[in-house]
Design a protein around this ligand. Structure first.
Ligand code: NAD
Ligand code: DAU
Length: 381
């Protein structure tokens, strides 16, 4: 039995499916925020999956679950994960990512301390973190390694950094057998369409504008989600206690490049009725405040020590992802309701809301980057 927190989210649900395929039984604790979606797990073998709706910050609940199910590991993926939301409303990030992780650590430590010695030495607390804790790289800088100093720039990144420090402290102070992974940007099936890749696919298909922040030249290092799941499994099995492992796809891409690639794939797979390219829908909008310029991961430690390497190339992974979204429009429709719609209205200045991201079209330099303007979507479909 493994306790996965946040197992109804994007990476969490992919991980739950991955672990179940590896014959594990999973106890899945998820608060089912706007980002949690049990439909993601509709295909899993129910004999190997126990779902509990609840908060990692609920010490009593977590303690009871640990005592009752006696897992051999806790994999902590529960988090508020969207940088833009953390800029607008950081409070929930502090609550879940910092306080929640602290309470989960504390309940796990109490459970672990009372285990019989063989189970005690086998137990692991694996904390899933992000490369964003390292801050921003310049164009010529070496990629982030495990010894890069922390320099978080958004409330999200700061909350994850704080959590990482708490995890470290539970190892140093109490000897809790912890492992931390710091991963780059994931993409793939079941990613909530507030994040760049699924948002672009969704907006393109519904005939909306495709918003690119700033000049579109910010760089991220992309990793297909199942490669991340395999890396987590590898660290759980062989990682050295108290250590951190960077995970990345060795696939640095500028945002504009990715958006154009997605538009190109959609042009081939689901051409617009008017024969024009989806690229026509691209607009440049006001930049994200504190927008990190570049992330890149040096994944040589996990490769050399644990033999992990990504299997998916960005070219194959992106096509797979676009095709998944094309085949699963029902899933997308299911999530593009309620809270998600409200968020889009606030963030992208629709329906008269005063969002930070005013919009301008590709190549249009007439509008200053911070000037609010509401544009109607192109009537292309
Ligand atoms: P996500 O937002 O898709 O999912 C988060 C899940 O956590 C949701 O199911 C949500 O309901 C649940 N959750 C939120 N608060 C909770 C709480 N208090 N108690 C229990 N459950 C709670 O996020 P994701 O993209 O799948 O990311 C998962 C983890 O991986 C996060 O810790 C994130 O920081 C980290 N990470 C993500 C990426 C990425 O590119 N998405 C990259 C590196 C690291
Ligand atoms: O690096 C790992 C991190 O990757 C994770 O820790 C986070 O949980 C995850 O959300 C992701 O953070 P990013 O901020 O990098 O991802 P996002 O998809 O929000 O944005 C990717 C890039 O695209 C970033 O440079 C901002 C830009 N962007 C994003 C959106 C949503 C746009 O240009 N337009 C958009 O509408």
């Amino acid at each position: 039995m493994i306790l996965v927190t946040g197992g109804a989210g994007f990476i969490g649900s992919n991980l739950v499916m991955h672990l179940i395929e590896s014959s594990e039984t999973v106890l899945n604790l998820d608060k089912l925020t706007y980002a949690g979606n049990l439909h993601n797990l509709a295909s899993v073998d129910s004999g190997r999956h126990i779902f509990v709706e609840g908060d990692i910050g609920n010490h009593e609940l977590v303690s009871r679950l640990l005592a009752q199910h006696r897992p051999r590991a806790v994999l902590n993926l529960a988090a508020e994960s969207h940088v833009d939301r953390s800029i607008r409303d950081p409070e929930s990030f502090i609550q879940t990512n910092i306080v929640g992780t602290f309470r989960l650590l504390s309940a796990s430590q109490a459970y672990w301390a009372d285990l019989p010695s063989d189970q005690k030495s086998a137990f692991r607390f694996l904390h899933v973190s992000t490369d964003e804790v390292y801050g921003s790289l310049g164009a010529e800088d070496a990629p982030f390694s495990e010894s890069t100093p922390y320099a978080p720039n958004s409330p999200y990144a700061a909350s994850k950094a704080a959590a990482d420090h708490l995890v470290r402290s539970f190892f140093q102070t109490y000897g809790l057998p912890v492992l931390t992974t710091n991963c780059s940007n994931n993409y793939g099936p079941y990613q909530f369409p507030e994040k760049l890749i699924p948002l672009v696919i969704h907006n393109a298909l519904v005939g909306e504008t495709i918003p690119i922040y700033g000049d579109g030249k910010n760089i991220r290092d992309w990793l297909y989600v199942t490669d991340h799941c395999a890396a987590i499994e590898r660290v759980l099995a062989g990682g050295r206690l108290g250590e951190t492992y960077n995970i990345g796809g060795a696939s640095e891409k500028a945002n504009i490049e990715i958006v154009e690639l997605i538009c190109g794939i959609l042009d081939e797979e689901r051409a617009r009725r008017d024969g024009k390219s989806y690229k026509e829908q691209i607009i440049f909008v006001r930049d994200r405040p504190g927008h990190d310029r570049r992330y890149a991961i040096d994944a040589s430690k996990i490769r050399d020590d644990l033999g992990w390497e990504p299997k998916e190339s960005f070219t194959t992974g992106l096509r797979k992802t676009v095709n998944w979204y094309l085949r699963n429009q029902g899933w997308v429709r299911n999530v593009t309701t309620g809270a998600y719609r409200d968020w889009i209205a606030v963030q992208y200045d629709r329906e008269g809301a005063q969002g930070p991201h005013s919009r301008r079209r590709l190549g249009d330099t007439s509008l200053p980057a911070d000037q609010s303007s509401v544009e109607t979507a192109p009537a292309n479909l």
